[in-house]
Design a binder for this molecule. Structure first.
Ligand code: AMP
Ligand code: MG
Length: 515
């Protein structure tokens, strides 16, 4: 049985005065219609809370295209009043900012009460596509879920999330989006003293596998059912044919939708060489959007054992383990959903196992189709031809420590007739020549390859360079990197340094969880 923070904790509010939009007399154009649907529908999982004041707010980056999609006015967001909204220190009328409760398996161990320790859901707004989006803050101060944490975030990690999530979006990979990063003017103690910041992010929801684990652990069957109903409604799991709400068994269909979304998502991560780094169940959405960019990074040389996070000492979340971990996390979701699947537990387990069994074939199909596309080969290609070709290529890439991203672009050049850039990357020339001959015989389409193989990804050394400069006050490298990675397939003169792997002396890249 898991209890929410005791009511005296819930009632406790920061003592300083909380400004509202009325207090700061925002111009009418700044009015933001924020719903409080999550807080209303699932109050047991929502602790009303307020953001901490920021001594000296300064806008570091604003996502203007996203601003427009959300019906917000960029010029207004740039004003001092707009910054108060992005910091959560001014709350529009009708909004109820909350810290969300969730549980989670962290590195395999269950923690029944995690929740937003340093984040707030400001509310929901309507996107241009007609669907709701969460407006959420990270680094907005301690909440009742903060445990030992300071509730804060540093400029570097918040800009990392901004850059990487926007790069993922541009790559066509489902993800939470980043709306803005505002420096607070408050120092944050990590290994060193860092400037503090708040990230404003947008998601189709912040419902996680851990949200369902939380509801299940409370033992409140009604809460679990309302959470599932709200997820079905929110994500339109019922609006398409065969969707959850329209299905004979909506909760089983809900589980099936999450399995499908995650199989597709993780296949996309694998195809682009993305390593999430902390695939705990609290960091896995049910929407299938990538969430919580901490010690994440992109592969240079292809190697399934690659780990970037300094806290992942066992390599649990290594690049090559990600599909298995996703399946493991989905099994934890199934456990949480069991009471909704059937009255008889044996029956519920049998149903869940059957649906969970669809993860591997769906993952395999998405990954194989993606690999065929990367190689410029036709959809209908016989898997008995495609799969051995793919496996052999991955072995050669690993053997010669080849940078995957630039390799696939050079492979399109080989499809156009010049194989030298590809050949130069390999130690075993007879092997790559043999492979190239078999591949060329299948008639690869170079233009199609360039549409799916990015030129520019947020390479680790470039991200580090941009974050170090931004932390020291120079935003120019961040701007250059964002320019490159937000049009990742469009090769442009002058951006050559964004297209090549790290220099030899960059060393073994590590990210740190001091986020
Ligand atoms: P993460 O590993 O970032 O997904 O966070 C795991 C849990 O730790 C979540 O409950 C976070 O809200 C919480 N957390 C992480 N960093 C902090 C912090 N600086 N202060 C308070 N809570 C934090
Ligand atoms: Mg998290």
């Amino acid at each position: 049985m898991v209890a929410l923070p005791s009511s005296d904790v819930v009632r406790r509010r920061p003592t300083r005065s909380v400004r509202t939009l009325d207090d700061v007399s925002l111009a009418p154009s700044a009015t933001v219609d924020l719903d409080n649907r999550f807080a209303r529908e699932l109050p047991e999982m929502a602790v009303p809370w307020r953001a901490e004041e920021a001594p000296d707010p300064r806008l570091l980056v604003l996502n203007e295209p996203l601003t427009a999609e959300l019906g917000l006015d960029a010029a207004t967001l740039r004003t001092p009043e707009g910054l108060c909204l992005l910091l959560g220190t001014a709350v529009p009328a009708g909004a109820t900012p909350v810290a969300q409760a969730y549980a989670g398996h962290q590195f395999g161990g269950f923690v029944p009460r995690l929740g937003d320790g340093r984040a707030l859901l400001l509310g929901e707004l309507v996107h241009a596509d007609g669907r709701l989006r969460d407006l959420h803050l990270k680094g907005s101060g301690r909440t009742p879920f903060a445990r030992g944490g300071d509730g804060l975030a540093a400029v570097g990690p918040m800009l990392r999330e901004y850059v990487v999530s926007e790069a993922m979006h541009a790559l066509g990979i489902p993800t939470t989006r980043s709306l803005a990063v505002v420096a607070t003017g408050r120092p944050v103690r990590r290994e060193t003293l860092q400037p503090g910041a708040v990230l404003a992010r947008v998601a189709s929801s912040h419902l996680r596998v851990g949200s369902f684990q939380y509801a299940r652990a409370t033992g409140d069957a009604d809460l679990l059912r309302r959470l599932a109903d709200s997820a079905i409604d929110r994500h339109g799991f019922g609006s398409d044919d065969g969707g959850a709400a329209g299905a004979d068994h909506p909760y089983l269909a809900l589980f099936g939708s999450v399995v499908a979304a995650q199989a597709s998502l993780v296949a996309r991560w694998m195809l682009v060489g993305f390593v999430h780094g902390v695939m705990n169940t609290d960091n896995m959405t049910i929407s299938g959007e990538t969430i919580d960019y901490g010690p994440c990074a992109f592969l240079d040389a292809f190697d399934p054992a690659t780990v970037y996070s300094s806290i992942d000492t066992g390599g649990r979340y290594a690049y090559g383990n990600q599909p298995i971990v996703a399946e493991w996390n989905l099994a934890r979701l199934a456990e949480a959903l069991l009471p909704l699947l059937a009255e008889d537990e044996e029956r519920a387990i049998a149903l869940a196992v059957e649906v969970l069994g669809t993860f591997r074939p769906q993952y395999d199909a998405a990954w194989s189709a993606g690999m065929r596309a990367k190689l410029g080969l036709p959809d209908g290609l016989d898997p008995a031809v495609a799969l051995p070709l793919i496996e052999e290529l991955l072995a050669l890439l690993q053997q010669s420590h080849v940078d995957g991203t630039s390799f696939y672009r050079d492979l399109a050049t080989a499809a156009r007739g010049d194989a030298e850039p590809v050949r130069n990357r390999f130690l075993d020339l007879p092997a790559i020549d043999g492979w190239l001959a078999r591949w060329r015989a299948l008639g690869p389409d170079a233009a199609a390859m360039d549409r799916v193989n990015p030129v520019y990804i947020p390479r680790n050394h470039l991200v580090e360079e941009a974050l170090t400069a931004a932390t020291a006050g120079d935003l120019a490298p961040l701007g250059g990197l964002l320019d490159a990675v937000t049009s990742p397939f469009d090769e442009r003169p002058g951006l050559e340094r964004y297209a090549v792997p790290a220099p030899e002396d960059f060393g073994k890249y590590r990210t740190f969880c001091g986020t």
